[in-house]
Design a protein around this ligand. Structure first.
Ligand code: NDP
Ligand code: 8X3
Length: 253
């Protein structure tokens, strides 16, 4: 049966791949992100390729008033959300903590943690009311294994995992499922954003390793969402084959 899937950060990378994968599966999509033109482009692709029903709402997850307004608008216009994929997120910088740009630290927390909290706080009550729903939070291997230059990013992703666990406890008496997806190295715009548009430095990050692709993660997210009522995948960690921990990576030259 067709479900309504709300994805944050659906304008590129993993979020965009998840949108395609669920649309192909016959689900309805509610896409959000800050870049309006990208949202429109993804919507048009999904409508053209899969005849999907797609709604788009430009939304910056760091802006609490905007998130409140847009989420209430979504619930009023779309009706309800069956699956919420909290995917919007980013890393900024890769410096030692003592040298870090304070603003980058704050943006990571505002986006990855507070943004996820704002959106979930708006969408979860209607799931509880309907006794139905699935929250899928995109964490990271960085949330399990901190690595040099990424203390704050790692902390945000550890927070995603613990928030998921807490929400799962608070909804245990309902049919709602909560899952944390923890990918390792995925080749997307993630590093380009992290290095503030430095393409050479971003490419270096994936050099010598066959990194995961956004589609790999999207396929797993669909698998998680397609389990029978009795099955709740609480956490799943996906590494590249040449990755042993978050940052123990074998690079071939
Ligand atoms: P991308 O940079 O390709 O995508 C990030 C997405 O997040 C974009 O759609 C962007 O949309 C959105 N986003 C960023 N800031 C905001 C904001 N303030 N409000 C709304 N949306 C925002 O990277 P990925 O696809 O790789 O990243 C997706 C998620 O996966 C992130 O949470 C990331 O931490 C996580 N992850 C990534 C891994 C990787 O190696 N790539 C590994 C593990 C986890 P827009 O700019 O239009 O707002
Ligand atoms: C992104 C994966 O290893 O670049 O969450 O931090 S990593």
């Amino acid at each position: 049966m067709s479900r309504t899937v709300l994805i944050t950060g659906a304008t590129s990378g993993i979020g965009e791949a998840i949108a395609h994968t669920f649309a192909q599966n016959g689900d309805k999509l509610v896409l959000t992100g800050r870049r309006e033109q990208r949202l429109a482009a993804v919507q048009s692709d999904l409508e053209k390729n899969y005849q999907a029903t797609v709604w788009t709402y430009p939304m910056d997850v760091t802006q609490i008033d905007q998130v409140t307004d847009i989420c209430q608008k979504i619930l009023a216009e779309v009706g309800f959300v069956d699956i919420l994929v909290n995917n919007a997120g980013l890393a900024l910088g890769l410096e030692k903590f003592q040298d870090y740009v304070l603003e980058d630290m704050l943006t990571m927390f505002d986006t990855n943690v507070k943004g996820l909290m704002f959106v979930t706080r708006q969408i979860l009550p209607q799931m509880v009311e309907r006794n139905k729903g699935h929250i899928i939070n995109i964490g990271s291997t960085a949330g399990i294994y901190a690595y040099g230059g990424a203390a704050v990013y790692s902390a945000t992703k550890a927070a995603v995992k613990v928030l998921s666990d807490g929400i799962r406890i608070d909804t245990v008496a309902t049919d709602i499922k909560v899952t944390t997806v923890q990918p390792g190295l995925v080749e997307t715009d993630f590093s380009l954003v992290r290095f503030h548009g430095d393409e050479e430095r971003a490419a270096q990050f994936y050099k010598g390793i066959e990194a995961l692709q956004a589609q790999d993660i999207a396929d797993i997210v669909l698998y998680i969402a397609n389990q029978p009522r009795r099955v709740q995948i609480s956490d799943i960690t996906i590494m590249a084959n040449q990755q042993a921990t978050g940052f123990t990576i074998h690079r071939e030259n």
